[in-house]
Design a protein around this ligand. Sequence first.
Ligand code: HEC
Length: 116
Amino acid sequence: MSRHLVPYVRWSWLPVVAAMLAMCPTCTDQEARRRGEELFQQHCAICHEASNLDLKKQPPKLEGLFQSKTLPSGAPVTDDQVRKTIINGVGTMPAFDQRLSTEDVNDLLAYLHELK
Ligand code: HEC
């Protein structure tokens, strides 16, 4: 009995396994963007989505960031450059090296890429 079950179980799972393999990169991308959005709301929106802040310099809007060639500072818009901005801070923007992990920053970048 169990010997007959083995091939049955294997074949019946094949399409499921194939579908999971095919979908996985998308699932993880979506998951990264979802986490990135949460992190953005938690750490960045307070400045970047607000106006009338008591800062010397108004934080730039980050929508469409990766569609433009340069950051407001004139630096090129690359993952590395934006990562550096987040980790080290810039001007009055604080450094996030103590508050965000490498994975957090990756997820934030995934979200910023989609922010149009
Ligand atoms: C305390 C307010 C504040 C917070 C919180 C903050 N920022 Fe900023 N951010 C600023 C200000 C102000 C600037 C402009 C700095 C300047 O050019 O002097 C800026 C600039 C930037 C720039 C453009 C840098 C450049 O080279 O022009 C990026 C990208 C950015 N912030 C991303 C983020 C992200 C992502 C987060 C969340 C992890 C975040 N910021 C959190 C205030 C903030």
